[in-house]
Design a protein around this ligand. Structure first.
Ligand code: PDD
Length: 281
């Protein structure tokens, strides 16, 4: 495997960043995950726009122009012969002696781009049975709209979920509302048939798949309500699902061990999943 790091394409075993990289010491870094399908990127404009926004919210300088970055991403895909899989990219504020104060703006950011093959169809197969989720208190910070690598709450929540036999964790805020999944956006189909998902604010990531699923739903004439919902409403919902670049639309059939709807993947989740790649750019 070949990785882009420190300005060049290097073999996987030699792909390393400095021990004093701020991503390592302070989680002072942001990232993106993009689906690769038939050798091309899915929803690249939205992912690259969100990358730029994450950088600007944290005042991390852009490591290169967007067109140069696209070139690097395509090189990494090509050099690894990835046809179906994912691209992971991360930008940190760079390396230097440990100091909370921001380094001078001339400090070069660290850019890493990886590509990995994933068997085509794994998510579609999982979607046939759906997944279980476990709720857990949302103990993350108040800027979840920025895609930082500060992922320890998500790592611990997912482990707690896994130990309870669930594949994803759903964060619940102090008011009892489901904010989002540990690495996905959370949706339900309410009893009135509308799609419901948390509104965009600082408490959730503005998911790229979330945005494209909204486009798909509009095209299908499905009503969308961007509002909060509680665990109790999930238990009364017709269906539930999560969206992310890796899962696209993944039905959720159980929450904390209790069945949602009839306990099987719902028709709306299936419809959105089937239409998704016809609409995604
Ligand atoms: N996670 N919310 C959170 C907290 C996420 O980490 C993610 C994505 C999403 C969905 O965003 P998108 O549709 O743009 O992938 C929502 C990625 C896939 C990850 O960390 O692997």
């Amino acid at each position: 495997r070949i990785v882009y790091v420190n300005g060049g394409y290097r073999p996987y075993a030699q792909a390393a960043v400095h021990v004093e990289d701020r991503g390592f010491q302070f989680a002072d870094a942001i990232y993106e995950v993009i689906e690769v399908r038939n050798g091309g990127l899915v929803d690249a404009p939205r992912h690259l726009a969100r990358l730029a926004r994450s950088l600007s919210e944290l005042a991390i300088p852009a490591p290169m122009s967007e067109s140069a970055l696209r070139h690097v991403i395509h090189q990494v895909i090509r050099r690894n012969r990835v046809r179906d899989g994912i691209v992971y990219m991360q930008v940190s504020r760079g390396a230097g002696p440990r100091d909370f104060a921001l380094p001078s703006p001339e400090t070069p950011p660290t850019l890493v781009v990886l590509a990995r093959t994933q068997r085509r169809g794994w998510a579609a197969e999982l979607a046939e049975t759906g997944i279980s989720v476990k709720t857990t208190p949302d103990n993350r910070w108040a800027r979840c709209d920025i895609k930082t690598v500060m992922l320890l709450p998500a790592v611990l929540a997912k482990d707690e979920a896994r130990r309870a036999g669930a594949r994803e964790a759903w964060f619940v805020d102090a008011a009892g509302n489901v904010t989002e999944g540990a690495s996905s956006n959370a949706w339900i189909v309410a009893s009135n048939g509308s799609l419901v998902t948390h509104p965009l604010d600082h408490h959730i990531l503005p998911g790229v798949t979330r945005a494209t699923v909204m486009d798909v739903a509009k095209g299908e004439g499905i009503k969308i309500e961007q509002r909060t919902f509680t665990r109790e409403e999930v238990l009364k919902a017709r269906e539930a699902f999560v969206t992310s670049a890796t899962n696209i639309v993944m039905p959720v059939v159980k929450i904390d061990g209790a069945a949602i709807g009839d306990g099987r993947p719902g028709p709306l989740a299936r419809q959105l999943r089937l239409r998704f790649h016809q609409v995604a750019e």
